[in-house]
Design a protein around this ligand. Sequence first.
Ligand code: MTE
Length: 335
Amino acid sequence: MNHLLRKIWHVPEHAHTPESVYQNRKSHRREFLKLMGYGLGIAGFADLLSGCEQATQEEIEQAGAVEPLPEALQSVYPAKRNEAFKYGRPETAEIEAEEFTNFYEFTGPTSKEAWKYVGKFQTTPWAVSIEGDCAKPRTFDLDDLYREMQFEERAYRHRCVETWAMCVPWTGFPLASLLKLVEPKPSAKYVAFETFNKPQEAPYMEKSGPGTWPWPYTEGLTIQEAMNELAFIATGLYGKPLLKQNGAPIRLVVPWKYGFKSGKSIVKIKLTAEQPATFWNTVNPGEYGFVANVNPDQPHPRWSQRTEWMLGTEKRYDTKIYNGYGEYVGGLYTG
Ligand code: MTE
């Protein structure tokens, strides 16, 4: 074990990575292992322990690259930034958000390096159906979305339930503007999100098999949360289409909630009268409930939520209620 631990801290020289970024990338491994308290069994953290070879940004981006958009649609990137939203902190280095990800379909719980496992994942063609309690259910393919929606860039803070955080610029459009196209009925009280289900393209999904995890990954919001102006559908990150590991080709971003509420690689959005089951509520009914807002006063059963650390840095901040977005969403939770 000592030998393995020494390997974690030993980061070899790397020709293309400046020292500051290098040191920081070492720190996210350290912080993550500290948080987990080695509780899941240290041997399980295969990637975190394996030699710590540092990939370049180019390698990570190539591994997660999607097929280029048709030329007519490429002008969407970079989209104009909506200046109403500010991080209030330094932006996270791009390589951090691309290298350190949560995507259980590819890695399960023991690695953060989905970029190594997304090679077989096909993100074109792709369609998203919007159905359930609405007057005009419809299936949108990617072209429809790119042609019909108004794209913008939003600088959002992101907070994972595991206490890591980042500040990143998403490209996309408000979820509300998409839902309005299908005309939700008054009976629609919830919005359920279902993500892709292709085990043959996602190694951990395939390996874990039926009866283990409740695939596909699902999440949900109340209709009021979904219509809030912060709820955002992202197709891009850092001014270009999403990489596979970040949820290509289309994902949700709800920055006042823990990151697990923001499903990646969505294929279905369903308006429902009943609260939908979700992946994590099925796996761990005793942990955070359906609402799961960022909240420093509600600890996780195994760790505090009082502070958070920014990916790739040693910087810690106090956690804020609703991740600091109370002026937008506080009114949703009175009483
Ligand atoms: N969506 C799917 N389909 N599968 C996942 O494992 N993980 C969630 C969320 N969406 C997850 C998912 C969690 S826990 C977080 S914190 C965010 O994605 C992380 O997004 P990022 O990896 O792009 O930073």
